[in-house]
Design a protein. Structure first.
Length: 204
């Protein structure tokens, strides 16, 4: 793919770095921006730049936030003593889209995967244990992808929890080996509603 403008080519190259965006799609996006008014393109650039420089991570749950505490944690109408443990921010968005959960979240930032060099110390596990001990949490819901790595992470965290804490996991509406973020909203909603005691899950 040859370009008559180095500026155009540079823009295409940058867009093509985005996940799921090939060079043809990148070119289509760049040409679309070329048709827009300079003010609109400037606003687009400003929004992206502010997102990257000003967005924060919640000091309580590690979800994305506009302040020290995210809008979910600061929402007094949500059940603050129920925590849904997820792997990443995309999973929070997926579960929120079901409108079936009214508690809070805790984003681990990944799952235990020795083959990938990811151990417990690299995840937000200690802050989860601290939350539970400090806030009097009554239930922990594990909503991790049903993979070997997800199961390993659940087993590890469960051993660090107080014996009095109710621990459940979402039902197996998602096939083993699947990724939570790609499940449809109905499957996720039913998995949340029909969650299981952790004992029946880890003793399969």
């Amino acid at each position: 793919m040859e370009f008559s403008s180095a500026l155009l080519e540079n823009a295409v190259n940058e867009f093509a770095k985005l996940p799921g965006i090939g060079r043809k799609t990148a070119l289509r996006l760049v040409l679309h921006l070329l048709k827009q008014e300079p003010e609109e393109v400037g606003h687009f650039s400003e929004v992206v730049n502010r997102m990257r420089t000003e967005i924060q991570f919640c000091q309580r749950c590690h979800n994305v936030a506009d302040a020290d505490i995210c809008s979910i944690c600061s929402n007094s109408s949500r059940k603050q003593d129920v925590i849904c443990v997820v792997e990443n921010i995309r999973d929070v968005i997926a579960l929120e889209s079901t409108q079936q959960f009214n508690g809070t979240y805790h984003v681990l930032g990944g799952v235990i995967s020795p083959l990938d060099g990811i151990g417990p110390s690299q995840l937000n596990i200690d802050t989860l244990a601290h939350r539970i001990g400090k806030e009097g949490t009554v239930e922990i819901i594990f909503a991790l992808s049903p993979t070997i790595q997800g199961d390993t992470t659940i087993y590890y965290i469960q051993k660090k929890l107080p014996a009095t804490t109710k621990v459940t996991t979402i039902a197996r509406g998602i096939a083993f080996g699947g990724e939570l973020e790609y499940a449809d909203e109905m499957t996720l909603a039913r998995s949340l509603q029909n969650r299981l005691p952790i004992e029946s899950y880890v003793s399969r």
